[in-house]
Design a protein around this ligand. Structure first.
Ligand code: ATP
Length: 646
């Protein structure tokens, strides 16, 4: 599954899908994707700004939902800390001026002490506000992560199966679950950082204007070259990260092939380890080279342009120094300007960094909201029909067709048949004939693209899907092996009886799992799976019996089993089918099997071929018809009979 998904994601690049073979490089950015001139860069920036600004209210709402108190605290502290650098610089100027005045004999020590006390106050406030910010951010992060993970889980549990099976939506879900929980706070912090820097910036400029409007203007203009270079490389960095993400994904995949227990057996068997490691190394090298070029270019460029700004700053500092010597400005003004010019310069680059961080985080948050905005496709109708607790189990398929989302092929094509209440039907057919699909439609994991399915004469879409599924006990081919105790593994089949031990033991007995469970050191309380220190590793067949027991745990009027004995030994299979008669008593039962010895025990047999019903009837009828079923049956029987002497 993992492999298939990784494959599908990579259509946008020229690299072969899986990354397991082929060139280990990524193409250069196509020219149309790189902004050409300053105007285009500015227009891109405008789009980015408006998108990001639109994202802000959502983030603010999320933060507020997580904790109104902490949100207010962070906002207040941010506003305060935006003013502090300006106040600090201004106090430094006052201190210097009062020292000079005292030296020149027309000031008092008292004034110096007063300014020094003020300076202490501001510095203390700076320290307190910074530690308050750290604390509030830490707490808010915890609460927001919890809130968002909770929302993602709750929403994912509502979504239809098809959502989980598409590669694009899978990507979205993965991002929403893994990346998004930390992003809103980072975005909020960046936004507040932006506000703080803007306040510092504006107040510094105001201070400078008070000294000299010309100086304020120069201080504003000086950082522009650095800003332009930042913007150029900033957008390249986004682009690069987009281009590199397929490479990173492939690296993750290769790494998981070598480090995950489920793959380890085969990796060793085929001697694939060194090959995968080598591919990983080569991809890593490409990744690093691209990053290195960008990082070096970005830094060389921003340093050179930055030097220009530094030069302008120094020239003005010199001008002020000369003005101070001439007595037109004070020494304090000189100190203030130097502090302000530096601060304005760092503010400009701070503004950019904060904004580019916000832009990136907003992309993740956008994904989160797109995910949370995805509507579940299989929902209850506005006024669902009520289902009696004991449905009869009369099932009818009426010209049912179905294609999987994104596929043109019909997995089911005009399928019509009827199962009488309490009847047992075996569904047979070659691989890919549509058997499992039929079961998925019956459980309403998908809706037919054509035709309808009736339960006791009512279209199943008229029921609440949750209610409908309560009437069905099912086991699919790819059943889950829960990392939990044996009792939990079975109990999860019916939440209402999760802790009903006698019932769980009875379900295990029905599935033929009880003997093995009772042998375990802690019986039903033994942990199964490798997550536990003393977890028991069961064999494939033993796990299948547990999964069967889980299906039997729910005593529903319809029983649906997809290859229930594929991993069972001959004896266990025989025992199960002997018991199935008793288990199927009074229930409509459908099972898929490739073993004709078990298939013939069903009351009726449905043969599917290429998504269509080819034959439907009793074993005797289908054998007498001497068509597809008879052929398959004879083929399998022959293989055994040939071996029987005489
Ligand atoms: N999740 C899916 N998305 C897209 N196509 C699918 C999906 N699951 C199955 N298919 C396609 O639908 C067709 C029918 O598959 P289905 O699983 O119903 O076959 P089956 O008869 O149960 O086969 P098998 O005996 O191998 O279990 C196949 O061609 C398969 O490729």
């Amino acid at each position: 599954m993992l492999g298939r998904r990784h494959g599908k994601r990579r259509r946008t690049t020229t690299v072969p899908d899986s990354g397991l073979t082929g060139p280990v490089d990524i193409p250069d950015a196509p020219p149309q994707d790189q902004p050409k001139g300053l105007r285009e860069r500015l227009s891109r920036m405008r789009t980015a700004v408006s998108g990001t600004v639109r994202g802000l209210p959502k983030v603010a709402r999320l933060t507020w939902q997580a904790s109104p108190f902490l949100t207010i605290a962070i906002a207040l502290v941010t506003l305060l800390s935006g003013l502090l650098p300006t106040v600090t610089a201004y106090i430094a100027k006052l201190l210097l001026d009062s020292v000079v005045a005292a030296i020149q004999g027309h000031g008092s020590k008292n004034a110096i002490v007063q300014v020094a006390a003020m300076q202490f106050g501001v510095l203390a406030l700076t320290a307190i506000s910074s530690s308050l910010t750290t604390m509030a951010q830490g707490l808010l992060q915890e609460r927001m992560t919890l809130t968002i993970r909770h929302q993602v889980m709750a929403h994912a549990s509502e979504l239809h199966l098809a959502y989980f099976e598409g590669s694009t939506s899978y990507d979205m879900l993965r991002q929403a679950a893994q990346e998004a929980p930390t992003r809103p706070l980072t975005m909020m912090t960046s936004a507040l950082g932006l506000v703080r820097t803007t306040i510092t910036f504006a107040s510094m400029i105001a201070l400078l204007i008070a000294i000299s409007p010309l100086l304020a203007l120069v201080a504003l203009i000086a950082p522009i070259p650095a800003f332009i270079s930042q913007s150029k490389y900033g957008s390249r960095a986004f682009w690069m990260s987009f281009m590199l993400s397929p490479i990173r994904r492939r690296m993750d995949y290769l790494s998981s092939l070598v480090t995950t227990d489920t793959y380890a057996k085969e990796t060793k068997l085929f001697g694939l380890g060194p090959y995968f490691v080598d591919r990983f190394r080569k991809l890593g090298q490409v990744n690093y080279e691209r990053q290195r070029k960008l990082t070096v270019n970005r830094n060389v460029s921003s340093t050179s342009w930055g030097l220009l700004s530094t030069f302008a700053g120094s020239a003005i500092a010199l001008y002020i120094a000369l003005e101070a010597v001439g007595g037109r400005l004070t020494l304090g003004d000189l100190a203030l300007y130097t502090a302000a010019a530096t601060s304005v310069q760092t503010s400009v680059s701070g503004l950019f960094t904060a904004f580019s961080g916000m832009y990136e985080n907003n992309l993740y948050i956008d994904t989160l909201y797109r995910f949370l905005g995805t509507k579940p496709e299989i929902v209850a109708p506005p006024e669902p029909r009520s289902l009696p607790s004991t449905v009869e189990g009369h099932i009818e398929f009426e010209s049912v067709s179905f294609s999987y989302p994104g596929s043109d092929e019909r997995a089911l094509d005009g399928v019509s048949f009827e199962i009488r209440p309490g009847e047992t039907v075996a569904v047979v057919g070659r691989n890919g004939a549509g058997k499992s699909t039929l079961f998925k439609l019956l459980c309403r994991l998908y809706d037919p693209t054509g035709g309808r399915i009736l339960l006791d004469g009512v279209d199943i879409r008229e029921f609440d899907p949750v209610e409908l599924r309560r009437r069905i006990s099912a086991m699919f081919q790819d059943y889950v092996t829960y990392q939990g105790t044996a009792a939990e593994n079975i109990g999860l089949g019916d939440l209402a009886r999760l802790e009903d031990r006698p019932h769980i033991e009875e379900s295990a007995r029905r599935a033929g799992a009880s003997d093995r469970i009772e042998q375990l050191s802690n019986g039903y309380d033994s942990p199964l799976g490798r997550w536990f220190d003393q977890g028991v590793s069961l064999s494939g067949g033993e796990w299948q019996k547990i999964a069967l027991a889980r299906a039997f745990q729910r005593e529903a009027p319809i029983l649906v089993l997809d290859e229930p004995t594929s991993a069972l030994d001959a004896q266990a299979e025989h025992d199960l089918f002997s018991r199935l008669r008793e288990l199927a008593e009074g229930r409509t039962t459908l099972y898929i099997s490739h073993r004709f010895s078990t298939v013939r025990q069903a009351e009726r047999i449905l043969l599917l071929e290429h998504g269509k019903v080819a034959e439907y009837g009793t074993h005797e009828q289908l054998m007498a018809a001497k068509a597809g079923y008879a052929e398959l049956f004879t083929l399998q029987a022959q293989a055994y009979l040939d071996e029987i002497p005489g």
